[in-house]
Design a protein around this ligand. Structure first.
Ligand SMILES: C[S@@+](CC[C@H](N)C(=O)[O-])C[C@H]1O[C@@H](n2cnc3c(N)ncnc32)[C@H](O)[C@@H]1O
Length: 193
């Protein structure tokens, strides 16, 4: 099965972080994901596909209990080096047997996580997220939309199958309007209360 993350040339570990450090130095707001999640309140968050931990660390700084999960040990090593006191777990979001050990108010998949899982396994990642959410909890995702690739219509259908209803969709993390087909989608799906 093709694995878009393993096949991608996205920099790993410290090199991944350097890109965001450069953006931050240039005055770009690199915490849009954390700000959006934080706007829903102070509850526990699973940073699913946490990479080097940039979103989880910012959420922790804002007072959230966070757990970061990722399948790539090189990304997790960078997260552990920066924030050894936080909870970092190696795991595959598409594995139906993977259990992060608790439930969460929010599961966030930032940075294209849903298009980096092998094509055809997005529904398993969404179903897992639904299982890990408390009633009324939210799955917050952000990914690029490419012609013929995974996108909002398939996403909404898979979410509905797992008991998650679309609450909001924007084109950016700072809530600019989304117009289909769109180039980037930030989606918020909510589990029934
Ligand atoms: C571009 S990085 C985004 C990292 C982080 N969320 C951020 O926004 O900085 C995509 C991440 O998804 C992770 N990933 C891809 N497939 C995964 C899977 N099946 N289970 C867990 N993590 C996965 C990769 O290891 C990688 O760290």
């Amino acid at each position: 099965m093709p694995d878009p993350w393993q096949e991608s040339d996205v920099p790993r570990g410290a090199a991944y972080d350097r890109r965001f450090d450069e953006l931050a130095s240039a005055g770009v707001d690199v915490h849009g994901e954390a700000a959006l999640v934080d706007s829903y309140g102070p509850g526990p968050v699973l940073d699913a596909g946490c990479g080097t931990g940039r979103v989880a660390m910012e959420l922790s700084r804002r007072g959230h209990v966070v757990v970061g999960v990722d399948v790539d040990p090189a990304m997790l090593d960078a997260a552990r080096a920066k924030a050894p006191g936080l909870s970092w777990v190696e795991g595959d979001l598409t594995d139906p047997d993977f259990d992060p050990g608790r439930t969460f108010d929010t599961v966030v998949m930032a940075g294209n996580v849903l298009i980096f899982v092998p094509p055809g396994t997005e529904g398993r990642a969404i179903a897992n997220a639904a299982r890990w959410l408390v009633p009324g909890g939210r799955l917050v995702t952000g990914y690029s939309i490419r012609p013929g690739g995974f996108g909002p219509p398939a996403h909404d259908a898979l979410a509905a199958r797992s008991g998650l209803a679309l609450e909001d969709r924007w084109s950016t993390w700072d809530r600019r309007p989304f117009a289909p087909p769109g180039r980037y989608a930030v989606s918020v799906h909510r589990r029934e209360a």
